[in-house]
Design a binder for this molecule. Structure first.
Ligand code: FEO
Ligand code: CA
Ligand code: CA
Ligand code: CA
Length: 597
């Protein structure tokens, strides 16, 4: 039950109307600046970005493509450390002379270098939200699809993780398709490997079992990949390196404060299309990581560590924390009886119920019949299929509200759900616009194996009778479609960024009040450029940051026929970028002239 606590907005703005401009459209009284664009350098040794003279060596020292997760740690009063991941690349609008299916070796290697992670110090301008990258800062780092990563936890070293290059099964080159993520209270960064399947070729030639079933369940299929990395790198060809794909699909932990650290792929958190990894602390101090698997009809998971987190000890004191613990998958039980035709609302207007976290594996102990512990970790989807977990409408970002302690889960959409397949937690068939679930940990303890839940929002045009805004007056809310990433401001208001708005306007960023009489009020804060999705977001008390991902990613687009020219304008190529937005400071009246002047 929502508390009576009335959350006040932190940021002062008038909701904008839905937009379709090739810009970041912000409310009156706010201003904006680009923090970093694709190709901007982190190191002075890198060349300035020149779209006609790209090289892999340059890209490895420049900001990568398709920024998604965005987080900041404060370094000092003037400087913050910005963490951004680079989910994937759009070669057809990145490169002149790109031939689909027949990339050059240099184009492939630029693509590898444009993936991964960026850690960049940024300096803050006094009195504004402007952030400027600090070139050559000692903590600046770029991790690409060829950087060194270490596998840790029970599955590390397993024979299905060993390759020609790495007979130990513990050292991986690269991270791929990092989507949302989270910052830990001990000062590290979790980033989630999502759609890793798209990088591995020739699954269709793997017919032996159980390999074929495992590949299929993770969406690995077909012959040549779209990017064709396997044409130049054998490890992306499943017929040559059948285990390489098993080394992706993990939660990665980065220690951004140690410039020599090797990021760790934490096998104890399972392998799936991780959308996010968000840490909460249980009543007894153990760490809990929530994570969704972004696929139609896939699951929501959480990991509970064995050990207590050392919140003051930094990365070193928690170096193995996420290597030992229990992985659970969620079952959502409805308690409102049957759901009416086509997923219409129950008469009383809300979907809610209880749920259970079903244990899958604890270190070397499997709880799933027919699976060893390592198999549960490596093929978590197949293990979860056998235990009655609830198939959700594409679980995207999940995050804990720092004020009310509840967990918010964005379910972006699922147009494949039939009338027969609706359940109370996924109550709409052909769910085009998605929904948001609020989860209440049992006993207000994140380690509890039970929870309560309710549907906070059923997104869409408020005029659509299948929408629901927690009972708030639908004439007073912004239309919203396809919730993806979530964040909170300091009063515990929920901020939702969207991906794939099906209402005809562009994606954007929205504030949602979740407590008090305005619970369910949705107000659109900004709108992103042509064909972009809004990622990040990061919401402070005096500044908002977003990651504008894939501007110009149109079906008809090409390098010579771009559908977006943001942010550089003219006939420029679109460049995925981080944006800072802040309220215009009203100038104080000029001081009176001094009598002595
Ligand atoms: Fe990368 Fe599920 O969004
Ligand atoms: Ca996402
Ligand atoms: Ca988030
Ligand atoms: Ca998405």
């Amino acid at each position: 039950t929502p508390s009576a606590f009335a959350a006040e907005p932190v940021l002062d703005f008038e909701a904008i109307a839905p937009q379709a401009t090739d810009s970041v459209f912000i409310p009156e009284g706010w201003e904006q600046d680009i923090v970093m664009r694709w190709g901007d350098k982190l190191f002075s040794t890198a060349p300035d970005f020149d779209v006609m003279a790209q090289t892999a060596a340059a890209q490895a020292q420049q900001f990568g493509y398709n920024c998604d997760f965005l987080g900041f740690f404060e370094l000092d009063a003037e400087t913050e450390l910005m963490m951004v991941n680079h989910e994937y690349t759009d070669e057809y609008i990145m490169f002149p002379d790109y031939v689909a299916g027949a990339p050059t070796e240099e184009q492939v290697n630029i693509g590898l270098a444009a993936h991964g992670l960026s850690v960049v110090a940024v300096s803050k301008e006094a009195g504004s939200g402007r952030l400027t990258p600090v070139l050559d800062h000692e903590l600046n780092r770029r991790f690409t699809a060829t950087s060194k990563f270490e596998l840790t936890g029970h599955a590390a070293g397993h024979e299905l993780l060993r390759t020609t290059e790495d007979p130990s099964g513990t050292v991986v080159r690269g991270t791929l398709n990092n989507c949302a993520g989270g910052l830990t209270p001990w000062g590290t960064w979790l980033t989630a490997e999502e759609n890793f399947n798209q990088y591995f070729a020739n699954a269709e030639q793997v017919t032996d079992e159980p390999a074929a079933t495992r590949l299929a369940r993770y969406g690995l299929r077909g012959g040549q990949t779209e990017r064709g990395w396997e044409l130049f790198h054998d490890r992306f060809d499943l017929t040559l390196e059948p285990n390489e794909a098993n080394r992706f699909g993990w939660i990665v932990e980065v220690d951004p404060f140690d410039p020599d650290s090797t990021p760790k792929k934490r096998t104890a958190l399972g392998r799936f299309k991780h959308e996010a990894g968000t840490v909460a602390i249980a009543a007894d101090g153990r760490a809990v990581v929530y994570s969704g698997d972004d696929e139609r009809f896939d699951y929501v998971y959480k990991f509970v560590s064995d050990d207590v987190a050392d919140l003051d000890g930094g990365a070193a004191a928690n170096a193995d924390l996420l290597d030992r613990g229990t992985l659970y998958v969620a079952r959502f039980d409805g308690n409102s009886g049957t759901i009416a035709d086509g997923g219409q609302l129950p008469a009383y207007g809300a979907f809610d119920g209880t749920g259970e976290w079903i244990p899958l594996v604890h270190n070397d102990e499997s709880f799933v019949d027919g699976f060893t512990a390592a198999e549960v970790l490596l093929f978590t989807r197949l293990a979860a299929d056998t235990v009655g977990a609830t198939k959700m409408d594409r679980p995207e970002d999940v995050e804990t509200n720092p004020v009310n302690g509840r967990v918010y889960l964005a379910l972006t959409n699922n147009t494949n759900r039939t009338v027969e397949q609706v359940d109370e937690a996924n109550p709409r068939s052909s769910n085009k616009h998605g929904h948001v679930i609020e989860l209440v940990p049992g006993g207000e303890d994140h380690a509890s194996t039970t929870f309560g839940w309710n549907v906070l929002l059923l997104a869409g045009d408020p005029a659509d009778p299948s929408t629901y805004f927690a009972g708030y007056d639908k004439s007073q809310v912004s239309p919203i479609s396809c919730p993806d990433n979530v964040a909170f401001d300091s009063n515990g208001n929920l901020w939702i960024s969207t991906d794939g708005n099906k209402l005809g306007a562009h994606d954007g960023l929205y504030e949602v009040i979740v407590d008090g009489e305005n619970r369910g009020r949705v107000r659109q804060f900004l709108s992103v450029p042509n064909d972009a999705e809004c990622c990040g977001p990061w919401v402070g008390d005096d500044r908002v940051n977003i990651a504008v991902q894939h501007p110009g990613e149109g079906d008809e687009a090409s390098f010579d026929a771009q559908t977006s020219h943001w942010p550089d304008g003219g006939d420029s190529v679109p460049r995925p970028s981080i944006v800072s937005i802040w309220p215009t400071v009203t100038p104080s009246p000029s001081p009176s002239p001094s009598p002595s002047a």
